[in-house]
Design a binder for this molecule. Structure first.
Ligand SMILES: *Cc1c(COP(=O)(O)O)cnc(C)c1O
Length: 389
């Protein structure tokens, strides 16, 4: 008989009823060190007191207001994002997938309004933009699209970060290029800064819009507020979600005024997007994360963690191949099967997340204490030894 919950996930036999910072706790009181953070969602850890206060305060005022009215919490968060990024304007969603949908619509609408419609969007192998019909068509992998056809037309997938392939494929008919500056699901693959710069140039030459999907790598994860800042260039449109809500469902599409020119009254909408509860939490996350001292701390913690991971890899050459990523979006490229290592981690009460390309992801809360980083390294070492025994 089918389970009451639709069985679309291969779930680990673990259930958590409580959280504290980097720790997730079962009903029996067993504490697991959480290096997944809900896949980069719990950016400030579980049960963060500042976020609880922001949510509770808002819950006592008003929960939901239709976007038919002005929502002050939404305006405030939009202004914070505009202030700290390339963007001139923001639309709020409830998830990364919804952000992908709007990014695609916005790009097509832009060219339509310019009087020369373009629909062709270039994406990349190994990409993940969500599970809607549009987002799976963008990613294009068989794993996500099989059985769901006909797929939304207009997408081409190129070899990941292959500059020559991009140069050959992009034309004056290209509507947009969509790329994760660091692929998350694809295996923590960072697009080289030079390649992002080259992509910006190619988009400019052909009048195509550049869309960055920073749903997983954004919001302080890399030690900058957004990952593309490392490359010194900016997109026209950017998708944000996961970390921005700190665990409350919240996403956003950020855009320049030019890229957003087609998005007039009636052209898009959402019942819940920009909900006061979500935006109150999001504003608190931004207040904490979009701060130079906080981001410098992410960088320092990341260097500490990475150093330990490099020695782990060096001392277990049969299990691991390399450390990948930037800041606290890290990956261990494995030689042994990644899911076996994730399971060995569970036995050490350690949570990590598998990704494609035989990688395990390490995405701890951005404020993980140094002592928990040391504990994580100890438990990873124990997990590695258990596999070699
Ligand atoms: C998680 C993710 C999404 C989809 O976000 P949801 O909130 O699950 O809809 C899109 N893009 C990237 C890069 C992601 O990591």
């Amino acid at each position: 008989m089918i389970s009451a919950v639709l069985p679309t996930y291969n779930r680990a036999p673990l259930a958590f009823v409580k959280g504290e910072g980097a720790w997730a706790i079962t009903a029996e009181g067993t504490r697991y060190l959480d290096l997944g953070a809900g896949i980069a969602v719990n950016a400030l850890g579980h049960a963060n007191p500042a976020l609880i206060a922001a949510l509770t305060e808002q819950a006592n005022k008003i929960w939901h207001v239709s976007n038919l009215y002005t929502i002050p919490e939404q305006e405030r968060l939009a202004e914070m994002l505009v202030d700290k990024t390339f963007a001139d304007t923001v639309f709020f969603t409830n998830s990364g997938t919804e952000a992908a949908e709007l990014a695609i619509k916005m790009a097509r609408k832009y060219h339509y309004e310019k009087g020369a419609p373009r629909s062709e969007i270039i994406a990349f192998e190994g990409a993940f933009h969500g599970r809607s019909t549009g987002a799976i068509a963008a990613a294009g992998s068989e794993k996500m699209t099989k059985g769901y056809g006909p797929l939304m037309p207009g997408f081409t997938q190129l070899k990941w970060a292959d500059h020559d392939a991009i140069r050959a494929a992009i034309t004056d008919q290209t509507c947009a290029v969509i790329i994760e500056p660091i692929q998350g699901e694809g295996g923590i693959r960072k697009v080289p800064d030079q390649c992002l710069k080259g992509l910006r140039d190619l988009c400019d030459q052909h009048g195509a819009l550049l869309i960055f999907d920073e749903v997983q790598c954004g919001v302080g994860r890399t030690g900058k507020l957004f990952a593309h800042e490392w490359a010194g260039i900016t997109p026209d449109i950017m998708m944000v979600a996961k970390g921005i809500g700190g665990g409350f469902p919240l996403g956003a599409v950020l855009a320049t005024e030019e890229a957003a020119l087609g998005m007039v009254a009636g052209s898009h909408g959402s019942t819940y997007g920009g909900n006061p509860l979500a935006c109150a939490v999001g504003a608190k996350v931004m207040e904490i994360v979009a701060d130079d001292a906080f981001l410098a701390e992410v960088g320092r913690k990341a260097a500490l963690f990475r150093q330990g991971l490099e020695s782990l890899v060096a001392s277990h050459p049969k299990l691991f191949e390399a450390v990948r990523g930037e800041g606290l979006i890290l990956g261990l490229k494995c030689k042994a099967t990644n899911t076996d290592i994730v399971k060995a981690g569970y036995a050490q009460h350690l949570l990590t997340v598998p990704a494609a390309d035989n990688v395990i992801r390490l995405l701890p809360p951005l404020n993980i204490p140094d002592a928990d980083i040391a504990e994580a390294l100890t438990r990873l070492e124990a997990a590695a030894q258990s596999l070699e025994a």
